[in-house]
Design a protein. Structure first.
Length: 687
């Protein structure tokens, strides 16, 4: 048993790591909707509206395109005899009609209500003695509903004046066969004895009803005759029925059925919604398919639903605050486990979108969690040259500004202004001349149109033997339309007389282009030429300003770089302690502390080498002064020779090295005193 569980867990983890082939598997929570504390929800047939019942008794209608509340259905409050207003009961279930115009709801006070969604009005209301945990419209008849009381078996309810209630027959308790195809007339059973509380669902055609009870029995009832045509025992229930069926879920195409029970597996069936012969007692409407479970956790399930295409089954684990499992319906293979936030505190209901890979999880905290696929933006669809970066790229130069960005973009107008100012100026001049020429052309065309209209008026007056009317003003829109119409008639008559036809639109565009090129090339007007010259001069001035700013920026950058290099190379002599030990110390100009010079490294720092060089030069000058002073003195008896004198000088140098408390000035003072003593000795010898 443990080995089998380990293999199953390994297979499940491998399947989840490899992922699910296809693109319809849910991955992330896209959004959390909330309007009050939601207790149940349902999509309309197209998936454009989402109805959510709340614990406050109202029903919120979400526009699922904008994800906002478009309407709220609130029943009238009941006022008691003492004047107090009763609280509205919580909504237990909501269901849409097939045309999407009506909404069926049940509440904690046992009421069942039909809402006219467009009018936000209550069109029907009935009350049962006990709570109704679910209700749904008949797929083919909106005046009939299937309701499930908490203290009685499921029944049909006529949503009209009669309000007739018809109990649904159920298979007797304790039948031995796991699956039995039969035909048992409703009159052949003791209805009162066989009925037990449970849940029910219509088939897609409305021809059958699937009735499950708290004894682990699933019964198929033919609604036309109210005969039992099949009965089967839910997997996981012992003989005699001990498994309670919580919910029945039908796929969108009506070909599959789920039974969510108190067992550790979800029962799955294939549905054959065909018409049965009255004498047929062998054809099965339900055929068992692989059950769904988690081989590792073996937890119970609180809610389940099919995906929009019926290929997958989603279920919420009863032992987790927000954990969804996904199976392949055909094979029963667990392919993915989705983890949501713990703030959901459990999942009360699952429902999938009718047309999209999307699901709604109704949390026990009253929020509607929208599970969807993870979409990746493809920006190259907008620009084929777009290159996505896997990580951020940081520029090395901290002084980078807009001019560096211009230099990297070879197509930028500023870079062209820097490299080709004359070409940019010519372009600006042509654009300015073209704008002025276009304005002049429009004026000329308007004038020509006025002249043609006036000529047409004169021609019409001469033809009719009357005088031409006064030239109208073009501010009158009615007169303008009239003259345009007459001008078109005149142009058509003129072309007919000359034997020509109106040129096509491309030919006219080509003619206008040629005319504009000719005007811009040699036939510019004075105004166009003046505009071109002004634009040319302004463009050159702007290019010069951009170039000057760029040169100034580069000069600043170069000067800053040279200053930094020079400051790094220079070492002030006054901050160097010449009498420091061989290891070496020096004082930084900007700090009040001493820094160790790592002279023992294989590659000493540049500052350390410079300090050593300065020290050697100073010691060399000291040795030269000592040697020169020794040569000036005459040799007396008992005095050592030159080699011994040099040795004494070296001993003096070592003595100075050992005295770390003397600075350079004190050392120079000692040299001066030695020279004075030597001069006194010379004077005594002369005497």
């Amino acid at each position: 048993g443990r080995a089998a569980s380990g293999v199953a867990a390994a297979n499940m983890n491998r399947a989840m790591e490899e992922g699910v082939p296809g693109s319809d598997m849910l991955e992330i929570i896209e959004e959390a909707l909330q309007h009050g504390k939601a207790t149940c929800a349902a999509f309309n047939r197209r998936g454009t509206l989402l109805a959510a019942g709340t614990s406050g008794g109202s029903i919120a209608i979400f526009d699922f395109v904008t994800r906002s509340v478009a309407r709220e259905l609130v029943p009238e409050a009941i006022t008691n005899e003492d004047g107090t207003v009763e609280e509205l009961p919580a909504v237990f279930s909501v269901a849409w009609s097939s045309d999407g115009r009506k909404l069926l709801s049940t509440a904690a006070d046992g009421s069942v209500v039909v809402w006219d969604v467009a009018e936000s009005d209550m069109s029907f209301r009935a009350t049962f003695d006990s709570q109704l945990h679910s209700a749904q419209f008949c797929p083919t008849n909106d005046s009939l509903a299937l309701v499930c009381p908490s203290d009685d078996g499921p029944m049909t309810l006529a949503l009209g004046r009669g309000r007739k209630r018809t109990p649904m027959p159920q298979m007797v308790h304790g039948f031995s066969s796991e699956d039995r195809a039969c035909r048992i007339p409703s009159g052949g059973l003791d209805s009162a004895a066989s009925r037990a509380p449970g849940c029910a669902a219509y088939s897609k055609s409305g021809r059958y009803a699937f009735v499950a009870n708290n004894r682990g029995t699933l019964t198929v009832v033919e609604l036309g005759t109210m005969d039992i045509v099949q009965a089967c025992r839910i997997p996981g229930s012992e003989e005699g029925g001990t498994t309670y069926v919580k919910r029945l879920e039908l796929s969108r195409d009506g070909a599959h059925l789920l039974a969510v029970t108190t067992a550790k597996e979800i029962a799955s069936y294939d549905v054959s919604d065909e018409v049965l012969n009255v004498n047929d007692n062998s054809t099965r409407i339900l055929t068992p398919s692989p059950s769904l479970h988690n081989p590792v956790s073996r937890s119970q399930w609180g809610a389940a639903c099919f995906s929009h295409d019926g290929e997958y089954v989603l279920a919420a684990s009863g032992g987790s605050p927000h954990e969804l499992h996904a199976w392949r319906r055909e094979t029963g293979e667990l392919v993915r486990i989705l983890q949501g936030g713990a703030e959901a505190k459990g999942i009360a209901q699952l429902l999938s979108h009718p047309n999209r890979a999307l699901a709604i999880a109704v949390g026990a905290n009253g929020q509607l969690y929208v599970w969807a696929r993870r979409f990746t933006e493809n920006w190259s669809a907008f620009d084929p040259t777009y290159v996505e970066l896997e990580e951020n790229v940081k520029l090395a130069d901290d002084d980078d500004d807009e001019f560096d960005a211009i230099a990297r973009n070879t197509t930028h107008a500023f870079r062209r202004s820097l490299e080709e100012p004359e070409a940019v100026a010519l372009d600006k001049a042509v654009e300015a001349a073209a704008a002025v020429t276009a304005a002049e052309t429009r004026e000329k065309n308007q004038s020509d149109f006025d002249d043609r209209s006036h000529a047409f008026e004169q021609w019409a007056a001469a033809r009719e033997g009357t005088t031409a009317p006064e030239r109208p003003t073009w501010r009158d829109p009615i007169m303008m339309d009239d003259f345009k119409r007459r001008s078109e008639v005149f142009d058509a008559w003129a072309r007919e007389q000359e034997g020509v036809s109106l040129p096509s639109l491309p030919a006219r565009n080509e003619a206008l282009t040629s005319t504009l090129d000719e005007l811009l090339g040699s036939g510019r007007s004075d105004a166009a030429e003046d505009a071109a010259q002004r634009a040319h001069a302004a463009s050159l001035k702007r290019s010069a300003a951009i170039k000057a700013a760029e040169e100034a920026r580069r000069a600043r950058v170069e000067a800053a770089k040279l200053a930094a290099e020079k400051e790094a190379e220079e070492i002030r002599a006054e901050i160097i302690d010449v009498d420091a030990p061989c290891g070496g110390y020096y004082t930084d100009e900007g700090e009040d502390c001493m820094h160790y010079l790592p002279l023992e490294q294989l590659e000493p720092q540049e500052d350390a080498l410079n300090v050593v060089q300065v020290r050697l030069e100073r010691w060399k000058r000291k040795e030269m002064r000592l040697t020169a002073s020794a040569e000036k003195r005459p040799r007396i008896e008992g005095e050592p020779d030159g080699e011994e004198q040099m040795g004494d000088a070296v001993d003096v140098k070592e003595d100075v090295d050992e005295d770390e408390e003397n600075d350079d000035d004190e050392g120079d003072g000692d040299d001066d005193e030695m020279e004075e003593d030597e001069e006194d000795d010379d004077e005594e010898e002369e005497e």
